[in-house]
Design a protein around this ligand. Structure first.
Ligand SMILES: Nc1ncnc2c1ncn2[C@@H]1O[C@H](COP(=O)(O)OP(=O)(O)OP(=O)(O)O)[C@@H](O)[C@H]1O
Length: 361
């Protein structure tokens, strides 16, 4: 990382059948996702950062040293300026929403308060719930209150452990826009545990990929999604993510034009988004085919001139190709036969034909 990391953590945690051994360098803005298969150590890592788990090592956040075992320094969780959101909202059942949030605020000395209660309530859209008791809230509402309570402590960093995991699809869809709001409007970095790539693609800009308690790779999400040496970019489900802005709508054909750093895309949107809104598009590698000349008279809406960055065998008879278009990255999974016929190699100019893409929402 070129600038010094906002969070620098070396953590080692030994359990009978599992060892966490990670070296993390996380940025001071946006959402960093801790991602990997079940049991790889995401929660252990987050809990260790928070001091909820007694890992050995060093944790520095911004100017503050939270832990340094070499010099015998250890701050308990309540002295670390963090907000923690668990899978299941852990609200005080005997206190109203208002009092739950006040409790969060009171933990923070006045001179350290940066997020007002009003701001936390507004960002999570819970103004109308303030007098309600937790037992009367839906799962999604409870989780929004838990996030507001964590925010109201004015943390240096917000740690979230699969905050949507306990919610059904409808509740997830209800809470996700609030998480996006936080990401857009808050200066506070968020470390977010998830094993859902759709969630990660929608929310995160930075990714830490974990496997068996180790960091396999960490860096900007788009860059990692095009690295063909990582498990993320292998197999039938590999996909890339493009961040785009809605430019225009054609209300006759429901066709929206989206711009991204590298060009424009067209997408049929049954429910058009406001002009100027930011969207994330997921493009599956198997939905991208390649040609050396631009196909004429094709039914495919999106054909982008791209440069081949890298290619790698991906299962019997298949090749994964990573492509660059501006700062965006695309993956194409094609047959080895086609790869040879097109004489693909790094640096070659090709046309990527995108047969389908999904709006992440
Ligand atoms: N309190 C504990 N005591 C002993 N072993 C534990 C404890 N908590 C977790 N483990 C083990 O440590 C390993 C890492 O668990 P962890 O919960 O950090 O993984 P994870 O990536 O968050 O998994 P998931 O996605 O399933 O939540 C697993 O092998 C798990 O069984």
């Amino acid at each position: 990382m070129s600038t010094s990391p906002f969070i620098a953590a070396r953590l080692q945690l030994q359990r009978t059948d599992f060892e966490l051994n990670v070296d993390l360098e996380l940025p001071g803005q946006g959402v960093t996702a801790l991602f990997g298969p079940s049991g790889c150590g995401k929660t252990s890592c987050l809990r260790s950062l928070a001091g909820l788990e007694r890992a050995l090592g060093r944790v520095a956040v911004n100017e503050a040293l939270w832990q340094d075992d070499a010099s015998g320094h250890w701050l308990p969780t309540y002295q670390r300026a963090l907000g923690y959101v668990f899978q299941e909202a852990s609200l005080f059942a005997h206190l109203s929403v208002q009092k739950n949030i006040d409790y969060g605020m009171k933990r923070t000395p006045v001179e350290r308060r940066q997020v007002s209660k009003e701001r936390a309530v507004e960002l999570l859209g819970i103004g109308h719930l303030m007098d309600r008791m937790p037992a009367t809230l839906s799962g999604g509402e409870r989780q929004r209150v838990a996030i507001a309570r964590a925010l109201a402590t004015s943390p240096q960093v917000l740690l979230m452990d699969e905050p949507l995991a306990a919610l059904d699809a409808q509740r997830k869809a209800e809470v996700l826009p609030y998480l996006e709001q936080l990401q857009r409007h808050l200066q506070i970095p968020i470390v977010y545990v998830s094993h859902s790539m759709d969630e990660v693609a929608r929310l995160a800009q930075h990714l830490v990929l974990l496997e068996s308690g180790r960091v396999v790779a960490q860096g900007p999400l788009t860059a990692l999604l095009s690295r063909l040496d990582l498990p993320l970019t292998q197999g039938d489900l590999a996909s890339s993510v493009i961040h785009a802005t809605v430019q225009t709508h054609d209300m006759v054909d429901y066709l929206s034009t989206l711009s991204f750093d590298g060009g424009q895309l067209q997408l049929v949107m049954a429910r058009p988004r406001p002009i100027g809104s930011q969207v994330q598009l997921r493009v599956q590698a198997r939905d991208v085919s390649l040609s050396l000349t631009r196909a004429e008279g094709s039914s495919i809406l999106n054909i982008l001139p791209c440069q081949v960055l890298d290619l790698r065998e991906d299962g019997p008879g298949q090749v994964m190709v990573s492509l660059q278009k501006g700062s965006a990255r695309l993956l194409a999974r094609i047959t080895r036969h086609s790869c040879k016929a097109l004489q693909l190699q790094a640096g070659k100019q090709v046309f990527a034909q995108i047969k389908g893409m999904a709006l992440l929402d």
